[in-house]
Every structure is written in structure tokens, then in C-alpha cells.
Design a protein around this ligand. Structure first.
Ligand code: AHR
Length: 498
């Protein structure tokens, strides 16, 4: 038996609901088919947004959605995506499969999607092939209430009132697809673009500087240095810096398969998921030098697994299956984000539907929920709760070649006093029993749910519920207030204690 001690009176940091955010790009079947089918589709929809997908996403309380990319963002010209659909420009989506992008999903459609989802909006601007003027006009179009050329254009296009834009990304991966810039050059560009990204409302716009790729600590150091120490630049210049990190077993050039992998590859994947912890710590240490008050958020706005595409699918569409292995990756990663919620202010898994580590897959009118979806469902009560200090007795497991910590965990307390504990057992063959000790807490009731299976288990269109969430009863609330819970091999367990 391993002990998990939770100090219920030591609140460490606020877990922003945005840590449970998502990302949707004009890539493959994410936007078109996955989210948007158009008003005239036979697939049930409201204003073109497919109803089944919207309802499923509301259930996991999707807090925020990033759009339009990704690499696509730095080639996107927003004016092509407004006005009557028949007159919108068609273009080639050069990054993703060379398909025709007809711009039928643009600014109004994205805002309508977020309205239906009840989530916040994160719009990623074009720096790579755009201009300061183009960006500042988009912000004006989106958020200005009064009389101005862009506000008038929005009204002419049928939207009288401005929208609420919660987050603005100033470029994407500007070290790569967003312009292949050097960090100092980009940071200076950031200062210029950000200046003209005006606040038209009382609410301060949350502006995100394009951050490093994985372990490019020089990018973080140089961009932060160019921005300067807090207090030396206008207060609204920067609110966050992004970090992108994908887990690809086998490496970038020789990515493994989503379904066909062995134990070594399983543990390699989990080891690489745990690497997120080191990345956040080390990038965080650099940011601390410039922002010791932790005002600037680390925004992990692209994360997840990235495998070879499913055989027979367009290589540019990044369509992959999703197994229990992905559920373990999601659980481990979300626990890491919770544990670092003093610095991580938002995270967006890539991507929402049909692309990379998607929570939903569609096939025409059909739809299924992936194991990763269920993990977001199980973790949703951490949203906007307070992280509690916790400590677990752990051990290292794996194969000869690949070693990982066995258990991942985090605990939080909500405003109503209830505690959510999320546990992941990454072992493929060893059950565990955990003695959960909530210090200074009088637990009266516990409810639990579980997601478990064999590492290759997944849902497909012939069996959509092979991996599904279940109520869990293999725990006991002891008379001394401890909770003894069995944690089967390859499982994610969520406990709700009150
Ligand atoms: O999510 C797919 C791509 O990965 C994004 O477009 C890009 O930002 C990243 O390299």
C-alpha cells in the first residue's frame, strides 16, 4: 500500500479552468466536418456547427478554444473569411494537405461556435505573413463597439455588437513555420505588434508571446530578456508566453504508430509525457528571473501525442487513433499542469477533433469519444479549484530500457469545500492500493469513476465504447478518515470527496 498525503489546508495555487483548454486549426477534418458542417448539411447542426460534437464538448466544460492555428495562423488573412460565403476567397492550405480552403469558416463562425460551446475565445494572429495593420484591424473588428471602419464593417456583415476576445496570440511558432525568426528579432516584432493590439474595452486583453519549441531555453531567455523585467515595459505589453511540446515515440523523423506499439514504446511514450514537468520547471526558472511575481503565464497552447497518421489517410491531415496509452498521457500531463498551476495559466491540447490527440473522432455523421475525452471529463472538477499540497510514496517502473514513475496524482479543493483527487497508474501489469490521507478534513462521502483497459484498447466506428468511463466502487472510506482505493494497472481514477 502506498500513502498519498493531502494537506487540505495548504492551498498552493489556483488551477485556472483554461488549463483544460483546446485547440482547433484549419487542418484535416478538425474544422470542416469535425466542428463545422454548414447550415445545409444533413448532419444535425445549429448555424452550421454539428450538434453532437457541441453537446459532447459542453459536457466536459470546454473552457477555451484556440483558433485558427497553428502554422495556419501565420498564413491566414482574416478578411478572406468574412462577408457573404459565396464571395469569400478560396485558397490552398499549403501546410496541411494542399487542399482548398474556401474560408466558409471564418471569424463570425468561430465566435458562433464558442457562443454555442459557452467557452472563452483565443484568437491567434498572423505575424509571419501578416502586418501590424492587418492584426490591429482584426482586433478592432472583433472588439470595438463604437464608430470605426472595422466596427462598421462588422455591423455590415450582420454583427452589431463586438465580441469578447479573451486571449490573443501574437504569431505562432515564429522560430519555425511562423517565419523562421531569431528570438531577438521576434521579441522586437512582438513588442511592435502587441503595442497596436489595442484594448477597446475595460477588460485588459491577455496577450501571448510566441514561446519556445520544447527545450529551446535560449528562445525563452532571449525573448524574455528583450521584453525586459516586469515594471520596465508598459503593463499591457505581455500576459503570457507559449510553450509547444509534442510526445512522439520513436522521435520526430520516425514516429511510431498510434495502435501498433510494444511495451518499450508504451513506456517511452509515458516517459516523454513526464518530460513536460522538466520543461515547465526549466522554462519557468528562466521566466522567474524576469517576472518573479509570476504575472506572466506559461501557456502550453500545443501539447499531446503525435504519431504516424492512420494508414490510408492523407499524411497532411494528421488523423490518428487514440488508445488507453493516450489516456495515461493525458492524465499524467494534466496532473503536471495542476501541480504547476502557479505558472501554467492555460494549456490547449492539440487538437479538438480528428487531428492528433483528439477528444472526438468523426466519420461523416457518426461520432465517437476517445479515451482522452474521458480523462478531460474525469478531471473537469479541478477547473478553477485550488491546488492542494500533496505527497505520494512512489516508485519507478517500466522495462529494462524505459523507466517512469508509477503513479501520477494531483488534488484540489473547490469553493464548496469538495476535494477532487486524480490518480493515474501508468503500470501495465501492477495493481496498486493507495491509502489516501486527507489531513485536516472530515470526509463524509466519496464518489469515484474509473477509466481502464489494456494499453492498445481504443474506440472505433465498429465499437465506439470499448473504452468508457465507469462509476467505481473499489474504495473504502475508513473510520479514521483515510480512503483506501485500489488503482488497477493502466487506469485513471478520479475521486470526489466531500
Ligand atoms: O498541431 C499541428 C501543428 O503543430 C501546428 O500547426 C503547429 O503550430 C505545430 O507545429
Amino acid at each position: 500500500m502506498k500513502r498519498l498525503v493531502i494537506n487540505t489546508i495548504e492551498k498552493k495555487s489556483h488551477i485556472n479552468k483554461e488549463i483544460y483548454g483546446h485547440f482547433s486549426e484549419h487542418l484535416g477534418r478538425c474544422i470542416y466536418e469535425g466542428l463545422y458542417v454548414g447550415e445545409n448539411s444533413d448532419i444535425p447542426n445549429v448555424n452550421g456547427m454539428r450538434t453532437d460534437v457541441v453537446e459532447a464538448l459542453k459536457k466536459i466544460r470546454i473552457p477555451v478554444l484556440r483558433w485558427p492555428g497553428g502554422c495556419f495562423a501565420d498564413e491566414y488573412h482574416w478578411k478572406d473569411g468574412i462577408g457573404p460565403k459565396e464571395t469569400r476567397k478560396k485558397m490552398i492550405n499549403t501546410h496541411w494537405g494542399g487542399v482548398v480552403e474556401d474560408n466558409s469558416f471564418g471569424t463570425h463562425e468561430f465566435m458562433e461556435l464558442c457562443r454555442q460551446l459557452g467557452c472563452e475565445t483565443y484568437v491567434n494572429m498572423n505575424v509571419g505573413s501578416g502586418s501590424v495593420q492587418e492584426m490591429s484591424e482584426w482586433v478592432e473588428y472583433l472588439t470595438f463597439k463604437g464608430v470605426s471602419p472595422m466596427a462598421d464593417l462588422r455591423k455590415k456583415n450582420g454583427h452589431e455588437e463586438p465580441w469578447d476576445v479573451n486571449f490573443i496570440g501574437v504569431g505562432n511558432e515564429n522560430w519555425g513555420c511562423g517565419g523562421n525568426m531569431r528570438p531577438e528579432h521576434y521579441a522586437n516584432e512582438y513588442r511592435r505588434y502587441s503595442t497596436y493590439c489595442r484594448n477597446y474595452t475595460d477588460k485588459k486583453m491577455y496577450k501571448i508571446m510566441g514561446g519556445p519549441n520544447v527545450d529551446d531555453y535560449n528562445w525563452t531567455e532571449t525573448t524574455m530578456k528583450t521584453i525586459g523585467k516586469s515594471g520596465t515595459y508598459p503593463a499591457d505589453l505581455i500576459s503570457g508566453i507559449s510553450l509547444h511540446y509534442y510526445v512522439h515515440p520513436g522521435g520526430w523523423e520516425n514516429k511510431g504508430s498510434a495502435l501498433d506499439f510494444d511495451r518499450d514504446e508504451y513506456y517511452e511514450t509515458i516517459r516523454k509525457a513526464y518530460y513536460m514537468d522538466e520543461l515547465i520547471t526549466r522554462h519557468g526558472d528562466i521566466i522567474n528571473q524576469y517576472d518573479p511575481e509570476k504575472r506572466i503565464g506559461l501557456i502550453v497552447d500545443e501539447w499531446g501525442t503525435w504519431y504516424r497518421v492512420e494508414p490510408g489517410t492523407n499524411p497532411g491531415f494528421l488523423y490518428q487513433q487514440n488508445t488507453m496509452r493516450d489516456a495515461i498521457v493525458a492524465g499524467v500531463t494534466l496532473n503536471i499542469f495542476n501541480q504547476h498551476s502557479d505558472r501554467v495559466q492555460m494549456a490547449n491540447i492539440a487538437q479538438l477533433v480528428n487531428v492528433l490527440q483528439a477528444v472526438i473522432l468523426t466519420d461523416g455523421a457518426d461520432m465517437l469519444l476517445t479515451p482522452t475525452y474521458h480523462v478531460f471529463d474525469m478531471f473537469k472538477d479541478h477547473q478553477d479549484a485550488e491546488l492542494l499540497a500533496s505527497y505520494i510514496e512512489n516508485e519507478v517502473i517500466g522495462t529494462e530500457k524505459e523507466k517512469v514513475p508509477e503513479i501520477s496524482q494531483s488534488a484540489s479543493i473547490a469553493e464548496d469545500g469538495s476535494i477532487t483527487i486524480t490518480l493515474v497508474n501508468a503500470s501495465d501489469d501492477k495493481d496498486e492500493t493507495i491509502d489516501v490521507i486527507p489531513v485536516e478534513y472530515n470526509a463524509k462521502e466519496v464518489k469515484a469513476s474509473i477509466l481502464t483497459g489494456e494499453m492498445h484498447d481504443h474506440n472505433d466506428f465498429t465499437n465506439k465504447e470499448k473504452v468508457k468511463l465507469a462509476d467505481y466502487t473499489d474504495f473504502k472510506l475508513e473510520s479514521n478518515g483515510h480512503i483506501t482505493v485500489k488503482l488497477p494497472a493502466m487506469s485513471v481514477v478520479s475521486l470526489k470527496v466531500c
